[in-house]
Design a protein around this ligand. Structure first.
Ligand code: E4P
Length: 217
């Protein structure tokens, strides 16, 4: 399973890049607005740090505007993945951009039917927002299970990118289902390390090692 980091915060990205765990980055207009800075410059800096796909979202909603913005965004760096909304115009743009060899992440997916449409338009990634599905009392993990099952029946090139992830259980369940990618807020990625028995075991080992009076180097 690939891990993308869901942030536009370069300090976080740089710090987590050194973990060797990051395969890509996703941003969205909300994350860009929280972070501040000029959109194109922020994306260029992220692309310098992370060689994998870096999602940069269009702001246009009509086909011509989406295509015009996509042409600007994809010139920022080879690893820019243009993010388009799951709308008729967004998917039409997706088809054309994919024909030109541009990576495309289709965002704001909330149903398996939408995920089928994105795959048929050749999306590189489909982003189902599981946390937001849970928030309205539906089952985000069931959505991932349905999409993975459907995609398994065909030779779609689209990777399932689990988005709106809220905690380690989302990551574990998505991995069990065979989702290709999870995009994680930095705090969720860090939380994957945590287990009280690891902390307790390490404290015991360190205390016992100190009793030996030895040093390895
Ligand atoms: C994905 O690409 C989105 O940026 C993100 O996962 C949205 O998550 P949220 O529901 O926490 O805003």
């Amino acid at each position: 399973m690939k891990f993308f980091i869901d942030t536009a915060d370069l300090t976080e990205i740089r710090s987590l890049a050194s973990s060797g765990l990051l395969d890509g980055v996703t941003t969205n207009p909300t994350l860009i607005s929280k972070n501040g800075g000029k959109f194109a410059e922020v994306i260029a800096q992220i692309c310098d740090v992370i060689p994998g796909p870096v999602s940069a979202e269009v702001a246009g909603t009509e086909y011509d505007q989406i295509m015009a913005e996509a042409r600007v965004l994809r010139k920022i760096a080879d690893n820019v993945c243009v993010k388009v909304p799951l709308t008729p115009d967004g998917l039409r743009a997706c088809r054309h951009l994919r024909n030109d060899g541009t990576m495309v992440n289709v965002t704001l997916c909330f149903s398996a039917a939408q995920a089928i449409l994105a795959a048929k338009c050749g999306a590189s990634f489909i982003s189902p927002f599981i946390g937001r599905v849970d928030d309205i009392g539906w089952d985000g993990m069931q959505l991932i299970s349905d999409i993975v099952e459907i995609y398994d029946h065909y030779d779609f090139e689209t990777e399932v990118l689990v988005a709106s992830v809220r905690g380690p259980n989302h990551v574990i369940e998505a991995a069990k289902m065979g989702a290709h990618v999870a995009t994680l807020p930095p705090a969720v990625l860090r939380s994957l390390f945590n287990h009280p028995l690891t902390e307790k075991g390490l404290a015991t080992f360190l205390a016992d090692w100190a009793k030996t009076g030895q040093k390895i180097v």
